[in-house]
Design a protein around this ligand. Sequence first.
Ligand code: TXA
Ligand code: MG
Length: 315
Amino acid sequence: MTKIKKINNKTINEAVELLQKGKLIGFPTETVYGLGADATNQKAILKIYKNKQRPKSNPLIVHTETIEQACSIGVFNSKIEKIAKDIWPGPLTVIVKKRENSIIRKELCAGNDTIAIRVSSNKTILAIIKKLGNPIAAPSANKSGMLSPTSAAHVEKQFKNNTDIPLILDGGKTKIGVESTVIGMKKNNIIIYRHGGVTKEKLEKKVNEKIIDVTNADFSEKSNISPGMLKKHYSPTVPLRINITNPRSDEILIGFGEKYKEPNLSKSGDLDEAAANLFYFLEKYEAKGNKIAIVPIPNIGIGVAINDRLNRAVQ
Ligand code: TXA
Ligand code: MG
């Protein structure tokens, strides 16, 4: 049976014990909720693929506690190390070459010689990794292709009564609400594979160079590089239309900015607030069985990540 529990020392210890036994846990990060396994335990990693119904060709993100621990499993060149040092702990995932003979199980990388690593700023997951002593494999805690969860209840809804996932730690609604930004390197260039919690402009300012955006590259071309960037993804199970100002009579309109009434992603037109509400609202109206229409969202700052998710949701 899956149980949602409030976060305290006792439940953190319980989470560590479950991970040691090869079980999975649901937990919050500042972006979305993750579904975690001990990254050194092969059976536990396979449980993630099984429960998410995720193709075994789609590698998982590994969460470490520190950049030093990240460097013990991946090879960081100076550019990536500089960005990671600037942004971590935070909503950034870097794809680097996997270190030979590392403690990480190879199934997690799905046959690639690269590994995706992230240091989250969420204190709970950092404490769990520290107590466990091992990195934690953790993709978003949703079934493949579905909405990423921004609350413990949403994780539970997707994995009801699941003996592989006995515990979901409840850290409330996540702050950022869209997944981490994923970057990597090709030749000497920095590539962005997924828009997310930290904007491309912010990263470009940090490194003082242009970052190459392949987030909309053709799937067949990209599938070898970052298999999870599917055209259709992050979808609610109810009909969704985007860039709509005049909804049909059977649709609920989700607004943005002061001229729209509730539900509204951000009355004040704040894109950070809108990102934090995006999956949360979609989940809420999906649960009610509503057909959803959503107004245009400015394609700037974190609005780029919002539009990316919406465009994939309607494919
Ligand atoms: O915010 C987040 O990143 C959340 C939280 C829980 O950390 N995690 C998350 O994981 O969104 P996931 O698995 O849903 O998305 C990870 C993305 C996938 O698109 C996957 O294909 C890509 O990163 N990825 C993972 N390892 C990779 C690798 N070695 N090379 C290329 N892409 C990789
Ligand atoms: Mg995901």
